[in-house]
Structures are given as structure tokens and as C-alpha cells.
Design a protein around this ligand. Structure first.
Ligand code: ATP
Length: 406
């Protein structure tokens, strides 16, 4: 008789990647063996009901998350990264797949806008702590009722009606990040924000903001990761609702057009931040590299008008060397000015030009080390950029000429 061998981890991951019933059933069976009940939960259920593909699998577990996670990690040939204070953990697959497992829980908000206090509870309690009805559904993976939809808050009805609806009137006060999430989902799925929810959202926007810079920034990053048109619409709508007041001044009329021209999400975030007030933006925990990009972006107008007067490759290069290259790339990508060609040439060509002469060569020529070195090397670079020299021999000849002139 043939022994029934379990499939190799790679095959398991392939099944899970496609969220096949075989893969999901297997997860439920392993959980049952570990004495736990497992559910697909949140966005993944919403997306399955909408017939959309999901990359990550979110699971809620009634039972011991650590024990289950470690067992699954063993079966899947990976590690389980467990965070005891939150009773959550992650399994990472060979192709960047992610399975998040969290203990089903209840939440209480000590103060509006703060992170919630959590304690283990049932799946039904867990669904009641969520943001919107369409995100508050679960599907059982337990062998006894596999595939059964748990929908105590009528998420499926709202999915059909294409509505974003909060679960209770204090939702936005408890957690103002839901203001951003509501608009983002509405724009992503072209859903409406249900009228009473919209009234609550507008009221919440009017109250003094209580979110930390870190949480604000996280929401902006999530928006930046949406598809191109969705993120621009989301920003426009949040701004018209007054939800971006934490960033200072209002957006200029042409800003959405510029934002719409950006491809990369991290560049989108930099451009977005540069369109608002600098002192407000500096309160967010933005990385240094991003701040450098935004400060170049803030000078876009000055850079473009200065460039209009600069003609030679060396003039352009020495001027643009003072700015952040990613910022310059964004200016070229999002503005329609003649000088953008000069930026493009600088980024693609001039900024890569190097001379062959070094400080050691100058030393060999008996020149005393000092500020003169930079002056000479810069002049040589300018000559190379402007095609007056092509190689080391010509550089040396020009250098000799300058030294004789002195
Ligand atoms: P996507 O990843 O496609 O944007 P998602 O719904 O999976 O959508 P996540 O941010 O990964 O979004 O959150 C997973 C689930 O956790 C949500 O579906 C929702 O049920 C719950 N959730 C996330 N953030 C909140 C929040 N601020 N308040 C309440 N529930 C939340």
C-alpha cells in the first residue's frame, strides 16, 4: 500500500498563495489538531466576496496563537514571528507571501485616538471591534463548518449596496485613522460612504486632531500605496473634507494633476508632503532621505526658473548638484516646463560624468594640498562636461596649461 505523503512546503505555499480551498482547509485542519478554531477575517473575506485577488492572508484564531503559528511554521518550512504583547504573529513564505495570525480579541479605547487595550475574546467580539461592516466578516476554516460566513454586522449587505459604514457612532472618535480608511476604501472600490457614517466622519474631522504624527504618516503611506488614480482621488476627497488640516495650508489647484503623474508610491508621498506646510510636515516622523527630497521639491519653481538662464552642461551640473536627485526626478516627471529637459539630461548623463585626474595627480605635479585642489578638479570637470577635454591625456594637458599661466 502507498503511504499518504504530505505535500512539500513549496506546494503548500503555492496552494495558500492562490487561497485555494485545499490550502485553506489544510490550515483549518492543523488548527483543529491544535485545539483552535481558525477564521479568515477582514479584508481578505471582503476581497474574496468581491471576487478580487488578495496577496496576504489574515487569520483570526480562537485558541493558542503561538502554538498554532509554530506548528504551521514547521509544516511550511518557515519561521513564526510572534509578538507576545499583541498575541499576533506572521509567517513569511518563500515568495514574499504573508500569513498574519491574531488571537480573536475585544478592544477598549482608554482615550480617543490612543491605541486600544486588548483582551482575548470570541470571533463575534473580534468582528465588533473592526472599522467598517464590509471589513467585519469572517469565514470559518474549521473542518466542521468550513467556508461558513460569519456576518453579524451585515457586511455582505453593504458590499452589495457598495457602502462603507461604521459599526457604531463612536467609531471615528475612538480611532480617527478610520477617517482616512473610510475615504481610501470608498475611493478604491468606488463605494459610497453611507450617509450617517459621512455625518459622523465630518463631525470627527472638525474635532481637534488627536492622532500622533506616526499614525498620520502611516495613513499617508497607505494612501500612497493605492493605485495611481485611487490615491489622487483619496487625497482630493480628504482635503475637501478638511481631514488634511494637520498638514497646514490647503493644496494648490494644480497639485492633484501633479500627483497624478507620479508612478512610485514613495515618490508620491514625498511630493504630497512637499505640497503642504513645512513646519507641519516636520512634525511627522519622516525619514531624512524623504525630507531631503521634499525640500528640493519645495524649490521646484526657483530651480526651473534658474535653469532657464543656464546654458552649458557644466553650469547646469554645478547648479543641480546642490539638490536631491530623487526630488529633481520628480520635478521632471510632474511639471511641464522647458527646463525639465535640462534636469533629465543632468540625471541621465551629466551627473555621471567623472574626470580621470585625481588629487594624487595634483600632488605629483607639486601642487600644495588645499582649496586649490577642489578649484582645479571642478574646473577640469567643467571642461569635460563642456567637451573641451575627453580623456586623461587631454585633462593633463589642460592642467599643465593652467599651471603655466599662473
Ligand atoms: P487592504 O490591506 O486591502 O487595504 P485590509 O482590510 O486587509 O485591506 P488592513 O489594514 O490590513 O486592511 O486591516 C485588516 C483588517 O483589520 C481590516 O479589514 C479591519 O477589519 C481591521 N482593521 C484595520 N485597521 C482597523 C482600524 N483602524 N479599526 C478597526 N479595525 C481595523
Amino acid at each position: 500500500m502507498k503511504s499518504k505523503k504530505s505535500p512539500a512546503p513549496q506546494k503548500r505555499w503555492a496552494l495558500l498563495r492562490r487561497s485555494t480551498n485545499t490550502g485553506l482547509r489544510w490550515l483549518g485542519e492543523i488548527a483543529a489538531q491544535e485545539g483552535a478554531k481558525l477564521y479568515l477575517v477582514g479584508g481578505v473575506v471582503r476581497d474574496r466576496l468581491l471576487g478580487k485577488k488578495t496577496l496576504d492572508i489574515d487569520l483570526a484564531c480562537e485558541g493558542n496563537v503561538q502554538r498554532l503559528g509554530e506548528r504551521l511554521a514547521k509544516e511550511l518550512g518557515t519561521r513564526f514571528l510572534y509578538y507576545p504583547p499583541f498575541k499576533t504573529g506572521t509567517l513569511q513564505g518563500p515568495k514574499g507571501e504573508r500569513i498574519d495570525i491574531a488571537r480573536t480579541r475585544k478592544e477598549g479605547y482608554p482615550k480617543p485616538g490612543e491605541l486600544p487595550k486588548v483582551e482575548p475574546a470570541s470571533i463575534t467580539d473580534d468582528l465588533h471591534r473592526r472599522d467598517f461592516t464590509v471589513n467585519a466578516m469572517a469565514q470559518s476554516l474549521h473542518p466542521s463548518d468550513f467556508g461558513n460566513l460569519l456576518d453579524p454586522l451585515k457586511g455582505q449587505r453593504d458590499l452589495k449596496k457598495r457602502l462603507i459604514r461604521v459599526l457604531h457612532d463612536k467609531s471615528f472618535t475612538d480611532d480617527p485613522t478610520r477617517i482616512f480608511r473610510a475615504v481610501r476604501y470608498a475611493e478604491r472600490f468606488s463605494f459610497r460612504i453611507e450617509p450617517h457614517t459621512l455625518v459622523l466622519l465630518k463631525k470627527a474631522v472638525k474635532r481637534t486632531p488627536v492622532l500622533s504624527g506616526e499614525r498620520h504618516l502611516y495613513e499617508l503611506r497607505c494612501i500612497a500605496q493605492e493605485p495611481k488614480e485611487v490615491r489622487v482621488r483619496t487625497i482630493k476627497r480628504l482635503e475637501s473634507l478638511g481631514a488634511l488640516a494637520f498638514l497646514g495650508k490647503p493644496l494648490a489647484p494644480l497639485s492633484p494633476t501633479r500627483l497624478g503623474r507620479i508612478k512610485e508610491s514613495c515618490e508620491f508621498l514625498c511630493l504630497l508632503l512637499s505640497l503642504f506646510d513645512e513646519t507641519h510636515v516636520k512634525k511627522l516622523p519622516v525619514k531624512k532621505a524623504c525630507l531631503e527630497t521634499t525640500s528640493t521639491l519645495r524649490e521646484a519653481r526657483k530651480i526651473l526658473s534658474s535653469l532657464a538662464r543656464l546654458r552649458t552642461p557644466s553650469q547646469i551640473t554645478f547648479y543641480l548638484n546642490n539638490y536631491d536627485q530623487r526630488g529633481l526626478g520628480i520635478i521632471a516627471e510632474t511639471t511641464r516646463a522647458k527646463s525639465c529637459d535640462k534636469i533629465a539630461r543632468y540625471l541621465e548623463d551629466y551627473s555621471n560624468v567623472k574626470i580621470s585626474t585625481t588629487g594624487d595627480d595634483l600632488k605629483r605635479l607639486g601642487i600644495q594640498p588645499g582649496p586649490r585642489y577642489k578649484e582645479l578638479l571642478d574646473n577640469l570637470l567643467a571642461s569635460k562636461l563642456d567637451a573641451r577635454v575627453r580623456n586623461k591625456r587631454e585633462e593633463q594637458a589642460l592642467l599643465g596649461h593652467w599651471l603655466r599661466e599662473k
